[in-house]
Design a protein around this ligand. Structure first.
Ligand code: AP5
Ligand code: MG
Length: 280
């Protein structure tokens, strides 16, 4: 079994998950080495290897180098959240959107939320010292350690990138969604979110079919033409420095294509990283 094997045209890694496939590949290699050294691998050995990998898959793993760690970046409304829904469900990583975390903190009235609210309302970045600690804490929690993570919207300043490096946090790939500013205003103004499922819609490009969902959609308070100008300024003044911190693992994706086409480009980058990681 190899990482790029497919079943019925679907990559095995999508069906089984990176960790499980990686363990099974290793066990298969070991079993095959044992077979060449001392005879044929017994059915019992194969089934015990498979049962053991099943149980390990449900056990918390403390070694983070077996998990997939992805950073996704791009301008406001470049499609980060939309693509994260698909990446999370395909690869089983924990999706951490700093925008969503901060909006939740604001609505719960926590200290972080109180510190962030005015900046977010103005379309400005919240201070580094407010967000860095929150992200570092979250990345060290068991679900991120055992399942890997997908960081959406962080780091977005040089200080945030440096803080991750100083904390020993590294990623397998840095996906950058490249979308011209001229497309972003329409995407921002037409965006709506389902407060129950968290699913992201667009009133023109991807409206919901269901009237009940349509009736409960929410419009983010920073999704106005006026605020997106400020958000874009903040983005452009930081993006080069942040991208520069990840040149070695960076992949630029054309985010102006349809969501499905963007997703296919992202998949090919991630699958290449998965294959390299498993072969290591
Ligand atoms: P955050 O929530 O992260 O906002 P953002 O970076 O401005 O990004 P968005 O969430 O607006 O866009 P997206 O790229 O996720 O696009 P989406 O998929 O939704 O941050 C909000 C605020 O929190 C910041 O302004 C700041 O105040 C604060 N903050 C957050 N992180 C921070 C940090 N690290 N440091 C400091 N402050 C921080 O898509 C948008 C729309 O386009 C949708 O309607 C979607 O349906 C549509 N769409 C998506 N893809 C396509 C496509 N390919 N074609 C056509 N339409 C598409
Ligand atoms: Mg988003």
């Amino acid at each position: 079994m190899f990482l790029d094997d497919e079943f019925d045209g679907v990559p095995l890694v999508r069906i089984m998950g990176l960790k499980r496939l990686r363990r099974m590949t290793r066990r298969q290699r070991r079993a095959s080495n044992a077979a060449s050294a001392g005879g044929v691998v017994s059915k019992e050995l194969r089934s015990s290897a498979s049962a053991s990998s099943e149980s390990e898959n449900t056990t918390k793993c403390s070694s983070d180098d077996e998990t997939l760690k992805i950073i996704i970046a791009g301008a406001p409304a470049s499609g980060k959240g939309t693509q994260c829904e698909a990446i999370r469900s395909k690869y089983g990583v924990v999706h951490l959107s700093t925008g969503d975390m901060l909006r939740a903190a604001v609505s719960e009235g926590t200290d972080v939320g109180r510190a962030a609210k005015d900046y977010m309302d103005a379309g400005k970045l919240v201070p580094d010292e407010v967000i860095i600690g929150v992200v570092k804490d979250r990345l060290s929690q068991p679900d991120c350690v055992s399942s890997g993570w997908l960081l959406d919207g962080f780091p977005r300043t040089p200080a945030q990138a440096t803080a991750l490096k100083s904390a020993g946090v590294s990623a397998d790939c840095f996906l950058f969604l490249n979308v011209p500013d001229s497309l972003l205003i329409d995407r921002v103004v037409g965006r709506r979110t389902d407060p129950i499922t968290g699913k992201i819609y667009h009133m023109t490009f991807s409206p919901p079919d269901d009237d009940e969902i349509l009736g409960r959609l929410e419009h983010r308070s920073d999704d106005t033409e006026e605020k997106v100008v400020v958000r874009l300024e903040q983005f452009h003044s930081n993006v080069d420095a942040v991208r520069g911190s990840y040149e070695d693992i960076g992949a630029e994706i054309d985010g102006s294509l349809s969501p499905g086409e963007v997703g296919d480009l992202i998949d090919s980058v991630i699958e290449e990283k998965v294959a390299a990681k498993t072969a290591a």
